[in-house]
Design a protein around this ligand. Structure first.
Ligand code: BES
Ligand code: MN
Ligand code: ZN
Length: 484
């Protein structure tokens, strides 16, 4: 779907009068909304119980020239910019496959940020993954080809960049694991960011072995696919600006390894690379909108398989940091991948701040379901900034504790630590494990996004499936904190 901005409302053509969408704040009068159709509009709104709540919509057909025109009332609640984003999503949810080919949303008089979020919400809600549907019934195919937003376009470009980042993250999560594996993840991301001015580094297994990344490589050892580390660096802040690192778990398929997962639902583990996908999407967004900040995105890419060569429960591996790890459960692989990525980025790029994202624990879904990502941090200021960016962007976060008592739970009898703790507090002990790889003076936050990468029902700006969670909060954090 194409988004266009216009300064004034285009006249409807008789052949194909575009659907006209009009925002309505909660409780606002509907008089004068559609010229000469007050009673009709009021009646339709009442019949559909439409009161202007954010995300709600009502339809009415009004006379127009020789024929009729479809008018969509879009609730924008109190009229804040987040409500406009939801309204844009609601428009597309209604019209995308409805037969309508064009829509005009009249947002004249609405502020530029709200207009931009409306357009972005619409664009984001229109994303679909039909690459492998060769027999899609006609009626399920999208019809809506253009949305014309009548209003101020001055804030739209950066929001369009985030939308592109979301699309990349969603595509990566949606791709099947026979197609997307470490090498093809790298290929696809490099193709997507080509020409944007990002500095790319790709490490293969031999290079990672030379660096001593035994924890990451231990996970990969049972797979026929070679592991990769992908780093993308954006230098938009100038030589003296501090560096922020984004680190993502990119397990392109997680069978659990020798500690194999049950068959039911295992196909979900194709999106166990959602953290790395969010990092790729955020880097694409930052580079596209030329963010005035220095940011490096690091993606640890492996496949976790059972095999004659797979690592065993009981194995001890040596991480790049030199710390040794007793692998109690080969299904707790994400932390093994991330710990070497954390050490690599600190040793090679010395960031002042690190935010990692990972579909790390099923326990996170037990705690927060599919509404919030879990936030863990060694730094209150960083945590507060991420919480604020989460609220503002729509990618909500909720903070959990880290303490020495939790840390003790992963002490090992044979090595420096083990990769799992006891049954309780599984998300926290996973975060404590990562914290052992954060060097002194570095502000670090870990986002456990296990419940957020995939949705089994439609959301305000996504259809069920890949959500792209993480891209928006990362982009917002960089905009407000690193560029602000
Ligand atoms: N990728 C999983 C976590 C996960 C589960 C993400 C479900 C999304 C949905 C992770 O690698 C894993 O298997 N974690 C284990 C850890 C346990 C062995 C300590 C888990 O959560 O069961
Ligand atoms: Mn696992
Ligand atoms: Zn996993």
């Amino acid at each position: 779907m194409k988004i266009e901005f216009a300064a004034s409302r285009p006249a409807p053509t008789t052949a194909d009068p575009a659907v006209l969408a009009l925002p309505v704040t909660k409780g606002a009068s509907l008089a004068g909304l559609v010229e000469g159709a007050d009673a009709l509009v009021r009646g339709a709104a009442a019949a559909q119980r439409f009161e202007g709540d954010a995300g709600s919509a009502a339809e009415v057909h009004v006379a127009s020239g020789e024929g009729t025109r479809r008018v969509l009332l879009l609730g924008v609640g109190a009229g804040d910019d987040a409500a406009y984003e939801r309204a844009g999503g609601a428009l597309v949810a209604r019209l995308l496959t409805s037969g309508a080919t064009a829509a005009v949303a009249d947002l004249s008089g609405v502020d530029a940020v709200s207009a931009a979020r409306f357009a972005a919400g619409a664009a984001q809600r229109s994303w679909r993954f039909d690459a492998y549907r060769t027999r899609l019934p006609e009626k399920q195919k999208p019809t809506l080809a253009t949305l014309t937003v009548v209003g101020d376009d001055s804030a739209y470009a950066p929001r369009a960049a985030v939308t592109d980042g979301l699309a990349l993250a969603r595509t990566l999560a949606a791709l099947p694991p026979n197609i997307l594996y470490p090498e093809t993840f790298v290929e696809r991301v490099l193709a997507a960011v080509d020409g944007l001015g990002l500095e790319a580094t790709v490490l293969d297994e031999e290079e990672m072995r030379a660096l001593g990344m035994g924890a990451l490589l231990g996970v990969s050892q049972g797979s026929r696919r070679e592991a990769r580390l992908l780093a993308l660096k954006w230098n938009g802040g100038g030589a003296d600006a501090p560096l922020t690192a984004l680190v993502g778990k990119g397990v392109t398929f997680d069978t659990g390894g020798i500690s194999i997962k049950p068959a039911a639902g295992m196909e979900d583990m194709k999106w166990d690379m959602g953290g790395a996908g969010a990092v790729a999407g955020a880097m694409l967004s930052l580079a596209t909108r030329k963010a005035k900040a220095n940011v490096i995105g690091v993606m640890g890419l492996v496949e976790n398989m059972p095999d004659g060569n797979a690592q065993r429960p009981g194995d001890v591996v040596t991480s790049m940091s030199g710390q040794t790890i007793e692998v109690i459960n080969t299904d707790a692989e994400g932390r093994l991948v991330l710990c070497d990525c954390l050490t690599w980025v600190q040793r090679t790029h010395a960031p002042t701040t690190i935010v990692d994202l990972a579909t790390l624990t099923g326990a996170m879904i037990v705690s927060l379901g599919n509404e919030f990502g879990g936030l863990f941090s060694n730094d209150d200021a960083l945590a507060d900034r991420l919480l604020a960016a989460g609220r503002a962007s729509g990618d909500q976060l909720w903070r959990f504790p880290l303490t020495d008592a939790y840390d003790k739970l992963i002490d090992s009898a044979i090595a420096d630590m083990k990769n799992v703790g006891p049954r309780g507090a599984g998300s926290i002990t996973a975060a404590q494990f990562l914290q052992r790889f954060v060097e002194k003076g570095v502000a670090w936050a870990h986002l456990d996004i296990a419940g957020m990468v995939w949705a089994d029902k439609d959301g305000p700006t996504w259809a069920k499936g890949a959500t792209g969670y993480g891209v928006r909060v990362l982009d917002r954090y960089v905009a407000d904190v690193c560029e602000g």
